[in-house]
Design a protein around this ligand. Structure first.
Ligand code: 13P
Ligand code: SF4
Length: 383
């Protein structure tokens, strides 16, 4: 029987769910959000730490946090940056749990990766558990296709899933290199098992690689055999895991049509985690880094409706007052887990590190790390 996906959100970050992608308790007292000295406290602790700490900030982080990042980036750039800082004793990861795990895998053993709030997980990563993925692989073996299938795992997955991918000769990818990852994978085998984001997998295969929607099937981990017959698995080229991003998955074709009516001449720019019909109706598609670049290079006076996380869209609208930059949808909001990292959590992290106490360290066990690193290194080697 298929296994269930564990309940995902530990909203207060104070209890433990070892089955979840991130959840363990968040110890220590937090400064009050109303403390007027938070910015000064963060600065003072950051200065005390000096070069011993390196602060990475994902583009979806709040402004109050991103101001303290030594480097900002999408998940690919941050993975590269973590790997390129062997001298920093502490990597403070302002992002979500799977990113901090990847940083731990890519850094040396003496470096400590810290996540300011352990409840900063990712609902998409929680949609594929190790047990479910092993069951899926058994189903592929029963259908006679496991030997010719290459797993490609989106960065937004737990270290266990990346280890599964490394063990079966696959690669990790991010939204900025998904096409190159698929091209590489189709040189190694005949089919791809893409997980956990069905939308990124489908959008890349169909809109960038020329496959058809009929070449794709969706494997549902909650149904026996993924809800597919052996013949369907044999006929498919892309086997897409039934997972999605709870933020990007909410943009709809209606939001695209509405904004085109409201703002004549608007350009619609979306992240490839959005649904296929949204990406197909957009003018430009790209990872967060690409979204930033497109808007930087856009001519003054142009209008853009952007379908990605709200912290980033707001920041870009503030940065480019000469362009009209609006959020694609009226109801979609922040990524709740990215937003878990706020100034009180950052202050607690920096002050405790400066005092020699490591709170919320993220570690991956050596066996998982070894296998996951095979898949991450493969991604870093993609042409
Ligand atoms: P990128 O950082 O690869 O654009 O991914 C977006 C995302 O959802 C991160 O959680
Ligand atoms: Fe996960 Fe989506 Fe939030 Fe990224 S934006 S952390 S994929 S839920």
């Amino acid at each position: 029987m298929p296994t269930t996906t564990p309940a995902a959100l530990l909203l207060l970050g104070r209890s433990a769910d070892p089955r979840s992608e991130r959840g363990v308790e968040c110890p220590g007292d937090l400064p009050l959000p109303s403390d007027p000295d938070l910015v000064a406290r963060a600065r003072a602790a950051r200065d005390r730490l000096g070069d011993r700490a390196f602060v990475l900030g994902h583009h979806y982080q709040r402004d109050e946090v991103i101001q303290f990042a030594d480097v900002t980036g999408d998940s690919f750039k941050l993975a590269q940056q973590a790997a390129a800082r062997p001298d920093a004793e502490y990597i403070v990861f302002c992002g979500v749990h799977f990113m901090a795990e990847s940083a731990d895998i890519l850094t040396t053993d003496h470096q400590k990766v810290v996540l300011p709030d352990l409840a900063a997980g990712c609902s998409m990563a929680d949609m594929a558990t190790h047990e479910q993925v092993e069951e899926c692989w058994e189903t592929l073996a029963e259908a006679g296709v496991a030997d010719t299938t290459v797993p490609v795992s989106y960065m937004n997955s737990s270290a266990d899933i990346k280890a599964f991918t490394g063990r079966h000769g696959g690669t990790v990818c991010t939204s900025s290199n998904a096409k190159r990852a698929l091209e590489w994978a189709f040189e190694q085998g005949e089919k791809v098992l893409f997980l956990p984001d069905q939308h990124l997998g489908r959008n890349t295969a169909v809109l960038e690689m020329g496959l058809s929607l009929d070449d794709c099937v969706v494997y549902n981990p909650h149904r026996p055999n993924g809800g597919l017959t052996h013949q369907q698995l044999r006929d498919a080229t892309m086997i897409l895991w039934r997972g999605h991003c709870s933020v990007h998955g909410r943009f709809s074709l209606d939001s695209v049509n509405d904004v085109r009516e409201r703002i004549p001449g608007v350009n619609v720019l979306v992240h490839p985690e959005c649904r296929h019909e949204v990406v197909s109706a957009a003018d430009v598609v790209g990872s967060t880094e690409k979204i930033i670049k497109v808007l930087e290079e856009a001519p003054a006076g142009s209008a853009w409706a952007v379908g990605t996380e709200l912290n980033l869209v707001r920041r870009l609208a503030d940065r480019h007052p000469d362009k009209e930059i609006v959020f694609l949808d009226k109801t979609v909001c922040f990524c709740s887990t990215m937003n878990r990292i706020d100034l009180p959590h950052l202050v607690r992290t920096l002050e405790s590190l400066a005092d020699g106490q490591v709170l919320n360290r993220i570690t991956v066990d050596p066996e998982t790390e070894h296998l996951a690193k095979l898949a991450l290194d493969q991604m870093l080697r993609l042409p």
